[in-house]
Design a protein around this ligand. Structure first.
Ligand SMILES: [Zn+2]
Length: 139
């Protein structure tokens, strides 16, 4: 997942903490970063969810933290890919493993008849399906 920066260098994806209204820390947001000019840009694939999350937060009264991987599956996958302990696995393996995990959960949620949980798992699977494995080609 690379992108050309207006300055001419290549932007790479990093998981960064976004601080909202100096109260809420949103951790592990995938953000394009240019090493040369320090320009940053939220990855388009997660922009809608991030905007929705911020909209929901409104005017936060207390300091707190949110893990973006709980909101968006792409952040979860990127965290797996960037984890040093997973270096021996290919990105495809990690994605496949995660999909299998979600499918197991889907079966479980189905057998429990938990409609909310089913919806959440389907959303996560759809978030993965929207991006092919090249998306996670991190350097
Ligand atoms: Zn740049």
């Amino acid at each position: 997942m690379l992108k050309q920066c207006p300055c001419g260098h290549t932007m790479t994806v990093k998981l960064r903490t976004v601080i909202y209204q100096s109260k809420v820390e949103i951790e592990n947001v995938p953000i394009f970063t240019c090493e040369a000019c320090q320009r940053t840009e939220v990855v388009p694939g997660v922009k809608d969810e991030l905007t929705g999350l911020i909209h929901k937060l409104g005017q936060p009264e207390f300091k707190h933290q949110i893990r973006f991987e709980d909101v968006h599956e792409l952040a979860h996958l990127m965290q797996l890919v960037l984890d040093k302990n997973n270096r021996s696995h290919s990105v495809e393996e990690l994605v496949e493993e995660r999909v299998n995990q979600l499918l197991d959960l889907l079966l479980l949620a189905q057998s429990l008849g938990d409609a909310d949980w089913l919806r959440e798992i389907r959303t996560r699977l759809a978030q993965i399906a929207k991006h092919d494995s090249r998306t996670y080609g991190l350097s």
